[in-house]
Design a protein around this ligand. Sequence first.
Ligand SMILES: NC(=O)c1ccc[n+]([C@@H]2O[C@H](COP(=O)([O-])OP(=O)(O)OC[C@H]3O[C@@H](n4cnc5c(N)ncnc54)[C@H](OP(=O)(O)O)[C@@H]3O)[C@@H](O)[C@H]2O)c1
Length: 317
Amino acid sequence: MSEKKVIAVVGATGAQGGGLVRAILSDPDHPFVARAITRDVNSVKAKELAALGAEVVAGDVDDPESLRRAFEGAYGAYCVTFFWDHFSPEKELAQARAMAEAAKDAGVKHVVWSTLEDTRKWVPLSDDRMPTLMEKYKVPHFDAKGEADQIFTSLGVPTTFLLTSFYWDNFIGFGMGPARGADGKLAITLPIGNAKLPGIAAEDIGRSAYGIFKKGAALIGKRVGIAGDHLSGNEMAAAFANLLGEEVRYNAVDPSVYRSFGFPGADDLGNMFQFKRDFEDDFRSVRPVDETRALNPSLQSFSDWLRTNRERIPLPA
Ligand SMILES: NC(=O)c1ccc[n+]([C@@H]2O[C@H](COP(=O)([O-])OP(=O)(O)OC[C@H]3O[C@@H](n4cnc5c(N)ncnc54)[C@H](OP(=O)(O)O)[C@@H]3O)[C@@H](O)[C@H]2O)c1
């Protein structure tokens, strides 16, 4: 029987978990075994992970029993929730609790919990700088993750709290990339004023989490923030211009304008960007690029990420 330590990875067919599974499997020293958790072990993505060498097991964060089975015998567990699949902070809290309880029951030695700030510690509900959403949140997809931190702590689960950053992949998959305005000019639109935005290649989140598992006990109980670059809207626009060979402007809108864009989650994201703008120092200082690179030596800068993804970023018509 293998004596290697198993890391059970929630969200293994997705961005964060997928990056971690690939990082585990590509380490030539192979100190860990990747256990990929998926709701469908027969999906194309699940089979791809199996072909790369991952152990693929069934598990659903809405089904605590399935998580217990999936975490059984594991040394480590990567825990992440999927806000944009359901838009429910309460569901995220329940899923976080289910993962924390399963990790405790299985005696997991090191959990990495993918979290974000509970922005209500900076902007209480009574503060009308930004609207309260869903009755008790300012940034619902941040606040529930931050609130869930104490579930891991109070259950005594040995946890590293991983503070992730804005995925640059949103410029491709989330419709945030350069678009032509009425004047025919390309622009990226963000409500962050002159603030610099910590960002990261989604793949680097899992790679950084892998660095945390390799460091082990030293990072249990710690909060570890990660980013590949901190860039202003103008700097990101300039990098796009350089890539596309055409002028790209930064269209700095007010968060209230962004909230009114009307796509699902626009109010949540408008508040999120306002939080990152208004509390720029607090938000950036906990996401140091140098320390992220120490965990993940192949960390990509924004320019690296743009070059790697050139084919996925077509010049808009
Ligand atoms: N976009 C950003 O800029 C950003 C930045 C920081 C943090 N985040 C956070 O990242 C989280 C999402 O992580 P991600 O981007 O890695 O997700 P993702 O790429 O959308 O992947 C989701 C994967 O999770 C699995 N999944 C979904 N529901 C599940 C369930 N009930 N039980 C078990 N597995 C389930 C799915 O796998 P199967 O279908 O195989 O089960 C899917 O492949 C969100 O909560 C978001 O707030 C996003």
